[in-house]
Design a binder for this molecule. Sequence first.
Ligand SMILES: O=C(O)CCC(=O)C(=O)O
Ligand SMILES: [Fe+2]
Length: 292
Amino acid sequence: MSASELAHQGIKHTELTDFMGAEIHGVDLNVPISDEDFTALRRLLADYSLLLLRGQDVSPESQISFSRRFGELEEHVLQDFCLDGHPEIFVVSNIIENGKHIGAYGGSKEYHSDLAYIESPSLGSVFYCLECTEVGGETSFISMYAVHDALPKKRREWLMQQKAVFDYPWNHEIRNAHRPPLSPEQIANTPPVMHPCVRTHPETGRRASFFSPIWIRNFEGMTEEESQPILDELCEFAMRPEFTYTHKWQPGDILIWDNRSSMHKANPFDEENGRRLMHRTTICGDRPYLDG
Ligand SMILES: O=C(O)CCC(=O)C(=O)O
Ligand SMILES: [Fe+2]
């Protein structure tokens, strides 16, 4: 059954762009969703990579129980930034309370797919906006289905043969020097992992590019020096406007993104004077693979 046939079972949607994203209408996440509607929602996510629900007012409990319908939830390696009493909610915020940052701050300004640096990266994330600024602080997305389809044939075929080393501690050291250093335990929990650079989406069967400007240290069998210029070229291609959607937030917006077929990044805002507060739940995923 196609996504739009399923959608007629009760979930209404409109497309955000012609290559990714669908806005879902008439769903209140505080009200339990039927299995049928949830199946439709899940299929829309797999097809469109990004779902938008506006005007939501959800408690941490509702966000967690809705997110759990997609699968088990992750508890982030940076435990300091999880919501008190709700380790499944990762707080993304610039807000300081009692002299302490309440959430992850100043990061994620480069494209990535969440938890791509672990063996079984996240399936998707549910991101709820509680506070945002009038200007800046948008989140931008890239459709990695669209990137895969549009890459020059030679590069696409080359990439399908590649695996890459994703290395979280290496990246933390070079890019997140503003955050506390990782503890020996956090380092031990995130050893480098190897993933295919093109992956088959397990629900749609479509192929999507799988690389990111952060965390990839090198391609298999290549040095960092050989790998980084190719990665730069790939990322420059992926960041073309024709694959990119930028979401301007309003409080009450929820975006659900599929980490298996998209990348995202935060855009800058006035972190000194503005307040931005987001709650993320992160759904566990499977090991990336490429078939065929
Ligand atoms: O703050 C944002 O807009 C995105 C943050 C992010 O990358 C994440 O929470 O996964
Ligand atoms: Fe992210």
